[in-house]
Design a protein around this ligand. Structure first.
Ligand code: ZN
Length: 278
């Protein structure tokens, strides 16, 4: 039987505002409500950033803690992944929430250009974040914005800085980073399989190619990510109605590739995470 697909919903991110799409959840209450609807629609992993009341990104551990509590209560068993991304804080501030012990946290293993700035992940910060994740038993999701970041993750696993099997997300479509390119995508998948045969992976398309990456990932046996963080539009002319609608679209797409959305139990097993507390 084909591997069930883990659908990640990236609910908020650090960039989109209500003015881009009113469905972007900003407050903790909105985030819990939006994630819950996405969970009911088939998402089993929530990728989360937190914002201040004015919509500004923050890495405040207290806010992350309240979000985590809300999600654990309202979305039982759902895998919660907190972002250590660079827009929400400086240096080690980005990992200040790891003692909260979320199931997962994102970890970029290198630097690259973003639309208007450098996405800076210096080697000593990457190593520190990885050590903190091991210390607090948090599984990293490697955010691979280019090929070198895949090699770096495998090296870190060999050196004991990351527990295996590793989970990697290939991110394509960020302006000035890796474009959405089929041959490069296939090479990413083949390279990860060669270097870390037991690794799992997700494809994430940013912007208008969100659905392209959903299709490619389903076709090549990977997992999918969707959500308003990556794309606030439904198509060329309309805004996405909600995170749940984007998730439902991917869940329905699974059938075209002989796949189906994973259950929480299956998603946890696929990512070698402990079963959810009862
Ligand atoms: Zn993110």
């Amino acid at each position: 039987m084909a591997t069930p697909c883990i659908i990640t919903v990236a609910i908020t991110g650090s960039v989109p505002q209500k003015s881009d799409n009113p469905a972007v959840p900003i407050t903790i209450a909105e985030q819990v409500e939006s994630t819950h609807a996405a969970f009911e629609a088939g998402a089993t992993l929530a990728h989360c950033h937190v914002r201040m009341e004015d919509g500004k990104p923050t890495s405040d551990p207290e806010r992350f803690g309240r979000l985590l509590d809300g999600l654990r209560k309202h979305c039982p068993g759902m895998i919660v992944q907190l972002s250590t991304g660079g827009r929400s804080g400086n240096g080690r501030e980005r990992g200040g929430m790891l003692p909260l012990k979320p199931d997962m946290a994102s970890l970029s293993t290198g630097s690259c250009n973003f639309p208007t700035r450098v996405y800076e992940n210096a080697p000593d910060l990457v190593n520190w974040l990885a050590e903190e994740m091991i210390r607090h038993d948090v599984k990293p999701e490697v955010e691979a914005f280019d090929l070198s970041m895949i090699f770096k993750a495998v090296e870190m696993q060999k050196n004991g800085l990351m527990k295996g099997p590793i989970h990697v997300q290939f991110v394509m479509g960020v302006k000035n980073a890796m474009p959405v390119d089929r041959a490069a995508f296939e090479f990413f998948v083949a390279t990860l399989k060669r270097l870390a045969p037991d690794a799992t992976w997700t494809g994430a398309g940013i912007g208008r190619d969100q659905l392209t990456l959903n299709r490619w990932a389903l076709e090549l046996g990977g997992h999918c990510r969707t959500g308003l963080e990556d794309n606030v539009r439904w198509d060329k002319t309309t805004l996405a109605p909600s995170n749940a609608a984007l998730v439902k679209r991917v869940a329905e797409l699974c059938g075209e590739y002989g796949r189906r959305a994973a259950t929480v139990t299956e998603a946890r097993k696929l990512l070698s995470l402990p079963a959810a507390a009862q």
